[in-house]
Design a protein around this ligand. Structure first.
Ligand SMILES: NC(=O)c1ccc[n+]([C@@H]2O[C@H](COP(=O)([O-])OP(=O)(O)OC[C@H]3O[C@@H](n4cnc5c(N)ncnc54)[C@H](O)[C@@H]3O)[C@@H](O)[C@H]2O)c1
Length: 253
């Protein structure tokens, strides 16, 4: 049984995780931490330093501002952290790496098992199709409330392909300003923002006689919660260092 402290327990993700854990006999939330009011079947602390409950790991879905005190708490208590909060500054990312010398930290901007498995598949696909001269394009679609474009996930997919090809690609987000054929070393990334479209990512490998499409649709936040719970089980008892979802997936194979 993995005992979890849920940091940001009253937020959207915290609540989905609490619900999911109810149906998982292998994990338990033993305490929650949140500055906002909320009710749960476990004790909730508004001040992280007041939390004295024994646990195996912390799952964090809170706010970038809350991360420094979380890292200090986790170091003091010698607890591994599944760090899911996004939007960390460059200094905060440095701090995360520094702290990982003392505790295990698993960080991923997208906790979905589906997206992370696709990232793994893309590396092989890129090494087959790019040398064969296939063009690579990514199209992502989201609801009309999303602020950033392209999505961080689209960039992570592009990076997986580009890393596998030793950085040979230039990302192209807009073809409206030049009138010329695409170069083989371009990786086009396009964003659609409309209505209530669920987060959708498509990667195209397009050759002369075939089109390979790899597509992922996120129908709910549960996919991130599921990944975070798997990550918490994985990171329990791990030695200090930085981990990511590829380690969780590798552990399942
Ligand atoms: N990595 C992923 O796959 C993934 C997926 C979804 C969301 N996220 C990220 O996770 C974070 C949370 O997302 P959300 O949708 O649940 O947001 P949310 O705003 O609904 O919830 C955040 C919660 O954290 C709490 N909080 C804020 N400051 C705190 C502090 N100092 N101490 C304790 N609690 C604090 C808030 O009160 C709130 O209840 C965001 O950064 C989001 O981008 C990551």
């Amino acid at each position: 049984m993995t005992k979890i402290i849920m940091h940001g327990c009253n937020g959207r993700m915290g609540k989905v995780i609490a619900e999911m854990v109810e149906n998982d006999p292998d994990v338990e939330i033993v305490a929650g931490i949140d500055i906002a009011e909320g009710k749960a079947s476990f004790p909730i602390f508004t001040d992280i330093n007041a939390c004295d409950v024994e646990a195996d790991a912390i799952i964090d879905f809170s706010s970038a501002k809350a991360v420094p005190q979380l890292l200090k708490y986790a170091t003091d208590k010698n607890l591994p952290v599944v760090l899911c909060t996004t939007g960390l500054s460059a200094e905060q990312l440095d701090e995360v790496r520094e702290v990982s010398k003392n505790i295990a930290i698993l960080k991923s901007a997208n906790m979905s098992m589906g997206i992370n498995t696709i990232i793994k598949l893309l590396k092989d696909a890129a090494n087959v199709f790019v040398p064969a001269g296939y063009d690579v394009e990514i199209v992502e679609q989201h609801h009309n409330q999303k602020l950033d474009a392209p999505s961080g996930t689209a960039l992570a997919l592009a990076d997986a392909i580009n890393d596998a090809r030793n950085g040979e690609f230039t990302y192209v987000y807009d073809r409206s300003q030049v009138r010329q054929k695409r170069d083989k070393k371009e990786l086009g990334i396009s964003a659609v923002r409309a209505g209530n479209i669920p987060g959708t990512h498509e990667v195209f490998f397009a050759g002369p006689d075939e089109l390979i499409e790899i597509k992922h649709i996120a129908y709910s936040r549960s996919i991130f919660a599921n990944g975070a719970i798997n990550a918490a089980k994985f990171i329990t008892g791990k030695k200090p260092g930085m981990y990511d979802m590829s380690d969780v997936i590798a552990n399942m194979l």
